[in-house]
Design a protein around this ligand. Structure first.
Ligand code: NAI
Ligand SMILES: O=C(O)/C=C/C=C(\O)C(=O)O
Length: 487
């Protein structure tokens, strides 16, 4: 039995709302507890926002919209946005520690991915916004048509718990770059880094009232999505929540951007470089405890290399150390919450009932406290198994063999999801042919999660609406007016 002994000083924080440049408590006085998933200890309390807190935040954001932010010269606004990124890097260790305490993810991952990328989101959009142009058409000698951009207005940013600061900043940076004011609603499970981020924005020079935040559960988010004076909602999270948000936003016809769930295929052909396949598949299966919407949880392997793949993949998976997220050699930390842990364990029970074979894991990890699940590889399940079809969002993958391109492509697209896919092959013609057939927003060939923030990011089918990244983000957070100038 391993213990969860701490190796760093814990400095968790209580989380208040942030409205008009100040931390404030809920009008109702209500709070809830924030639990460390690695130890089950209470980290602190979080203000529980209600409709009245959301109303105040929206009102403040609306007032700030009339202030200097949206009308600021682009270079000045860009410098402030760049400064937010700089301050995130200055406070990297603190933010990484808070992120790991909240999520249970390994500290090296918080440092190297979550916080680095959060800073880069601001640096990227600070640069990008200075290059944005508008459409223009000359119509003979009759007219010139050109477009101008305005901010959309007050935007609600609602986020999940898996990459808390990375995903919040992925929305906040372009929203600010385009001149909007915002109300953020972080996940109730991971409130700490967003709480610090709000103050960082003010410290960087963002005027009061431009960045606001209300903590709370789904009903707090719903108060934002149904609010008459919120112009747009950018949401990342579960597909069913996206559907609920669409309903609640319908009466006020808000602009919506959705990045939703996935059950992403990882298709491995016999002509692929197997060393690369194993190294990357280990990550696409188990990084962040499998709690990344892009994880390749359905693995399809061409029969000629099926046994060799499994032998090597299983051996490498068994080497992954599960344990204290603050230990530098930990590869798989704790799942984010007891609720999510129980959900993942329930899928392991389903796999057993469905006749699956566990080649690794299949159970909770041997830890004294905390919500740890062993990295799990399951074979022997049919294509209709719930574990093959439903998003588990944990360190659990299924592996199935295939014989032909046609057969595997039919299975790849046999899902309501369409977020991402990975293809592994040495045949570039096959890569191009199949990539075009896959019903997903993103296809990685001989790689996974290789990001360039200029590219369109998002899902097809029930995995999303719209795309984020570069021009796509900028267009979402801008209202475009076409001007026709008669000559
Ligand atoms: N594809 C993705 O990017 C992600 C998918 N997930 C999936 O979601 C599952 C649960 O994770 P959660 O964070 O609980 O996702 P969720 O979709 O329930 O919650 C995401 C955010 O939406 C808020 N919310 C919940 N109900 C709402 C409503 N009716 N109106 C407005 N806001 C609402 C939550 O408070 C949270 O801030 C995971 O097990 C996983 O399957 C979770 C994280 C990321
Ligand atoms: O790289 C990004 O912008 C986002 C990555 C991951 C997610 O969106 C997710 O897991 O939710």
């Amino acid at each position: 039995m391993q213990t969860t002994e701490r190796k760093v000083e814990i400095k968790p924080i209580n989380c208040s709302h942030y409205i008009g440049g100040k931390y404030v408590e809920s009008k109702s006085g209500k709070t809830f507890k924030n639990i460390n998933p690695a130890t089950e200890e209470v980290l602190g309390v979080v203000a529980e926002g209600g409709r009245e807190d959301v109303n105040e935040a929206v009102e403040v954001a609306r007032t700030a919209l009339k202030g200097e932010w949206g009308n600021m010269p682009v270079r000045k606004r860009s410098a402030i946005i760049r400064k937010i990124g700089d301050l995130i890097l200055e406070r990297k260790q603190e933010l990484a520690t808070l992120e790991t305490l909240d999520t249970g993810k390994p500290i090296w991952l918080s440092n190297s991915v979550d916080i680095e990328r959060a800073a880069y989101n601001f640096h990227f959009f600070a640069d990008y916004m200075t290059t944005v142009g508008n459409e223009s058409y000359q119509q003979d000698d009759i007219a010139i048509h050109y477009s101008v951009r305005r901010p959309v207005g007050v935007v609600g940013l609602i986020n999940p718990w898996n990459l808390p600061l990375l995903l919040m900043t992925w929305k906040l940076a372009p929203a600010l770059a385009a001149g909007n004011t915002v109300v953020m609603k972080p996940s109730e499970v991971t409130p700490m880094t967003a709480t610090v981020l709000a103050q960082i924005c003010t410290d960087a020079g963002v005027p009061e009232g431009v960045v606001n935040m209300v903590h709370g559960f789904g009903n707090t988010g719903a108060a934002l999505t149904s609010h008459d004076d919120v112009d747009a909602i950018a949401f990342t999270g579960e597909t069913v929540t996206g559907s609920a948000i669409m309903k609640s936003a319908a009466p006020t016809l808000k602009k919506l951007s959705f990045e939703l769930g996935g059950k992403n295929p990882n298709v491995i052909f016999a002509d692929a470089n197997l060393d690369d396949v194993i190294e990357t598949t280990l990550k696409s299966s188990f990084i962040n405890q499998g709690e990344v919407c892009l994880c390749g949880s359905r693995i399809y392997v061409e029969r000629a290399i099926y046994d060799e793949f499994l032998e090597r993949f299983v051996a490498k998976t068994k080497e992954l150390k599960v344990g204290d997220p603050f230990a530098e050699d930990t590869k798989v930390g704790a799942l984010v919450s007891e609720e999510h842990y129980n959900k993942v364990l329930s899928y392991l029970a389903i796999a057993k009932e469905e006749g699956g074979t566990f080649l690794t894991g299949g159970k909770k990890a041997d830890m004294e406290k905390g919500f740890y699940v062993e990295p799990t590889i399951i074979t022997g399940l049919g294509r209709d198994s719930r574990c093959v079809r439903e998003e588990i969002f944990g360190p659990v993958v299924t592996v199935l063999p295939f014989d032909t391109e046609e057969e595997v492509m039919e299975q790849v697209n046999d899902t309501h999801y369409g977020l991402s896919a990975s293809l592994w092959t040495g045949d570039v013609k096959r890569a191009a042919r199949l990539s075009a057939q896959i019903e997903a927003g993103m296809v990685w060939v001989n790689t996974w999660f290789l990001r360039d923030l200029r590219t369109p990011f998002g899902g097809a089918k029930r995995s999303g609406i719209g795309r984020e990244g570069g021009a796509h983000s900028f267009d979402f957070y801008s209202e475009i007016t076409n001007v026709t100038l008669k000559l």
